[in-house]
Design a protein around this ligand. Sequence first.
Ligand code: DON
Length: 319
Amino acid sequence: ATTVKTEVKKTSLTEERINAVLKEAYEKFKNDQGGKNADYIKALAEVDSKIFGITLVTPDGKVYEIGDTKAEVSIQSISKVFTAALVIQEKGEKFLQEKIGVNATGLAFNSIIAIELHDGSASNPFVNAGAIQSTSWVEAKDSKERWAKIYGNMDAFAGKKLNFNEVVYDSEVNDNKRNQAISKILDAYGRMGSDPLEATTVYTKQCSVNISSHDLGVMGATFANHGVNPVTGKKVIDSKYVSKILAVMATAGLYDNAGDWLYLTGTPAKSGVGGGILAVVPGKMGIGVVSPPLDKFGNSVRGQKAAAYIIDKLGINPL
Ligand code: DON
């Protein structure tokens, strides 16, 4: 008989080990010149490309961080996670799956052809189409109330009042014709819950909320802690829905790079064109990274590298 030896990776997450790995990741990637700031939203091209902050928060609320962890950028597509969380909380998991979808598109985040190829379905809540749709389905009597709920929900995940980036909003709201077109197509397919242009404006607002790597770390830790914010102790989403939102993050959080990312890290994550990345290791930690330069898919270059390095070195790939 043959004996099979299995090599078990050490996963002792001591404070010293976590701090050492964060420092290594920071030093290793801080001078990485890869990628460039988004410029299709003009204000994003002006953001300091050198910003680099990494924050890791555990379910007991301990914070480990390094670099520009207070520097704020607009949350952009990472906001889609929290609005989808609000929709699943209000309308249930069948609604999210059937009305919006939970599959990857295999196409860019702002693809219009993806909608046509899937019989009018957005495919998932993390591409622009599905996100504008999610926004439209948040229960509210009017646009003002819808926006207040969406903003308040992000605040609850972050455990603080998040700032609003007027400069980014002004730059995007007058230049979001493509998203307006997407909302109109979805409306033609009978998939919108409110007026399409109103929903697009609220969606643009939610993308203009500012976050730091610190904020993303806490928001991620709220998912890692089964829906309870570890800093405030407040429950913000039912634990039974956390795995659903994380599943969609694994499928479509990094768009066309989602497969490569999952293969590398085994970890649900979501990116935004402001340069933020949020990764969640269920039960273990939230990782937030901010660094504006993006790859061709719209994902932060240093954000992905730093988060992947940390997950590997700490031996916490959940798969
Ligand atoms: O609607 C847009 O195009 C932006 N407000 C958000 C896109 C985004 O962040 C895609 N993510 N990587």
